[in-house]
Design a protein around this ligand. Sequence first.
Ligand code: ADP
Length: 504
Amino acid sequence: MHGERFILALDQGTTSSRALLFDAEARVRATAQREFRQYFPRPGWVEHDAEEIWASQLAVAAEVLQQAGISARQVAAIGIANQRETTLLWDRASGRPLAPAIVWQDRRSEPLCAALRAAGYEPRFQEATGLLLDPYFSGTKLAWLLEHLPGARAAARRGDLAFGTVDSWLVWKLSQGRLHLTDPSNASRTLLFNLERGAWDQALLDILDIPPQLLPEVRSSSEIYGECAEEWLGAAIPIAGIAGDQQAATFGQACLYPGMAKNTYGTGCFAMLNCGAAPLRSRQRLLATALWRIGETRAYALEGSVFMGGATVQWLRDGLGLIATAPEVETLAASVPDNGGVYLVPAFTGLGAPHWQANARAAIFGMSRGSNRGHLARAALEAIAYQSADVLWAMERDAGLRLTELRVDGGAARNDALMQFQADILGVPVLRPQVTETTALGTAFLAGLAVGLWSSTDEIARNWAAERRFEPAMGEARRAELLAGWRLALDQTLAWAACQVQVS
Ligand code: ADP
């Protein structure tokens, strides 16, 4: 026990900061979590207090060490996984944030994005960064801050300020201002990072009038960047791994080779397909993104999200009152043998990839006099699988790759019937891992690799183990019939959205 070595994974999420302690067998030995405040100062604005992020993260880090009863000297390295795109700006001398952090959900920079789109800049941004001109990404949030905080742009030009996503902020705080850096997975969410070159893109910085002096150094995702100050946890622990949350989860799922994909079934669904060593450009408005860099090895992915994943089940619960808790959907769906011809297109907030129809609204099709709550529950679960399949198939087309299996995580991935249906519809096995804390595990792997706790990515791939494997079992005729029903429902929903545009 005394000589045992651990990895401390910091999982800094949108609503809470978490810390997990992993042992050398990649098992979770302790976890702690602390929520922090969400600020909504105006419609469309979402902010965090940077100091609260830091304080909550430090507190949970100390808590897991205490829980596990180990000394900080037994921690071989710290890895960081973080909410992506959230934008921070601070003063280098005092370390104080100039403004609240602008959270990824914040839409305040939409007018700037619209102006840039109107000026014809989107293809340049998409070509260089793999992203679209949307307020989601950090670049226009940073431009907004420089524009609206008095004196900020001049101070930035003098080199007095530092910009960072949450990873950079945590590393800065952990190292008491000695380190200002990020990794490609986070950099690639800023709209400022050239995917091909793996470096900040001066032409894009010029378009947004962002002084390069602001930017963190882009290092690899797995190396010893430096040490955390001894005063925080009681030892100078190496900081050795960084990845944005979705990329960290992809690493934690050991999707290390081209053609491997993971899908996270949370509120929404987040799919990532490993495309290998060169960035691809999507022809279907999926995002291209950096996965990680380890040594000189770079990996890239296509990313696509479904807006209503587990949230479709929340709607059954809160919108319709059909169930009292999300897991009850399983019993309700099992009360009928099949969907009875009922399809739900959960376009409550429009449709994302690969349809991109913001005006679309949800609809239920195919009900007969015999349709009941069970059929609706079934249709809701099936819709999560159809939507995910549509995204994954779009990725396959873009990448020219065939999916061989799908690795899954997130709250709704606990639903066995949903996972079986996903395998049936996709026609490939769906694998649910033993360690479902894939985000934290991913960054623990990255940090552990850097300090030699694990020797290679191959060893990590061998460490990954499935808790359950769902084999496709549906007959081809049935599958084709269901998919035809879904397509028809989807087409009608899109047609309705097109009519709505005409009448308004
Ligand atoms: P997030 O990280 O986005 O908050 P989680 O990974 O915690 O999401 O998953 C929560 C989501 O999973 C909720 O939307 C909930 O409705 C859904 N969910 C939880 N349990 C089940 C279940 N057994 N079947 C289907 N959906 C579920």
